[in-house]
Design a protein around this ligand. Structure first.
Ligand code: AMP
Ligand code: MG
Length: 352
């Protein structure tokens, strides 16, 4: 018999380049330069086109400052953050929140709407009950009665927002984990543009957005990781013009209960961690959309995602269902930007 601490454990895999890898491929001098640091529970990387290399110190300093200021407001793990205060005040008076937090809460409502409730930042109690953020994974899967009790506290209707004030119903709690990193990438992206940077990429735990080119005339190239074999890539995405990419994968972060792996993304409609999907990668015009939609489509699955995708026509997606043999499903727009690796070319199917 294993000790209980071994039976139920939370596994956090370092997400640096876990979902995407910036492909090298620079033939001439002055290759892009990078700086990486830890923030918001993951790794952030700024890549600058080689010509801008001397500007890296001030650029990275601005990006660090920007992300860390957002972490202080958005992280539910920081006791004094707006989100932690909001969660602590559930069932009590409304809490004044900063404009960035108010905007995230408003956007979260919008994505809940687009996804038909699959994306729901009020999953906090469910995420906790399944031990997804570590520390308290249950020894055995939750039973139906417990799930129903937790589900009764979940739903975007339990969150009210008005003029910079937010309030949660009793026992509800907010988890911005499916959205905050993408939002931070966008804020940082705008800051770097305002500083005059034109050719760069911002990556926060696999949520990334690129501006301009790594070198004149070339697109940024991003490798999409194989969710079953993280050392290999399924293919390469070519990105231009401010495009953003996000990936949600069941290998990034998961909980092991009685030897069975449970994804870190839960389905707020059933109360269970999502099954059946290994990875979803989306390309959108901004990183907030990309982050929220990759999480949403991961919950919705291949068939269920059609309505949400139709509501955000600028968003393109790649799905890898969690089954063998491997299938790589891509939307027509994704197909135009994606070059499959030769060994996976036969696994690719285009969604109608
Ligand atoms: P991502 O890695 O961007 O797909 O986000 C996953 C994180 O979002 C999880 O670690 C939770 O913090 C949170 N989350 C889990 N399930 C959902 C959901 N259905 N809707 C919104 N956020 C979720
Ligand atoms: Mg997300």
């Amino acid at each position: 018999m294993m000790p209980s601490s071994c039976r139920a454990q939370t596994v956090r895999v370092l997400p640096l380049f876990a979902t995407v890898a910036l492909l090298a491929g620079c033939r001439r001098a002055a290759p892009p330069v990078r700086e990486t640091w830890m923030t918001m529970g993951t790794f952030a990387t700024i890549t600058l086109a080689g010509d801008d290399a001397p500007r890296m110190p001030e650029t990275a300093a601005a990006a660090r400052e920007c992300m860390s200021a957002l972490e202080d407001k958005l992280s539910m793990f920081k006791e004094e953050s707006d989100i932690a205060r909001l969660n602590r005040s559930a069932g009590q008076a409304p809490v004044k929140v900063s404009p960035a937090v108010a905007e995230c809460l408003r956007l979260a409502r919008h994505y809940a709407d687009i996804s038909g409730g699959a994306f729901d930042i009020t999953v906090g109690p469910l995420v906790r009950a399944w031990g997804i953020h570590g520390g308290n994974a249950p020894e055995k899967p939750l039973d139906e009665a417990r799930i129903q009790t937790v589900l009764s506290t979940i739903g975007i209707r339990h969150l009210s927002i008005s003029n910079g004030w937010a309030r949660l119903d009793q026992a509800a709690s907010v988890d911005l984990g499916g959205l905050a990193k993408g939002y931070a990438v966008d804020i940082c992206f705008d800051r770097l543009r305002a500083m005059g940077r034109e050719n760069f990429m911002v990556d926060l735990g696999g949520n990334l957005r690129c501006s301009g080119h790594p070198r004149r005339g070339e697109p940024w190239k991003i490798g999409v990781r194989n969710p079953f074999e993280r050392e290999t890539i399924l293919g390469t995405l070519a990105l231009t013009g401010g495009a953003a990419v996000a990936t949600s994968g069941n290998y990034e972060r998961f909980v092991v209960i009685q030897g069975q792996r449970y994804a870190h993304i839960v389905d707020p409609r059933t109360g269970y961690p999502v099954r059946g999907m290994a990875g979803v990668t989306v390309v959108c015009t901004n990183a907030t959309d990309a982050d929220a939609l990759s999480t949403s489509l991961f919950v919705l699955g291949l068939e269920g995602s059609k309505t949400a995708l139709a509501r955000v026509p600028s968003c393109q997606a790649l799905f890898v269902p969690d089954r063998e043999p491997m299938e790589i499903w891509i939307t027509p727009g994704f197909a135009r930007q994606f070059t499959p690796a030769p060994e996976y070319a036969d696994n690719v199917r285009v969604l109608e």
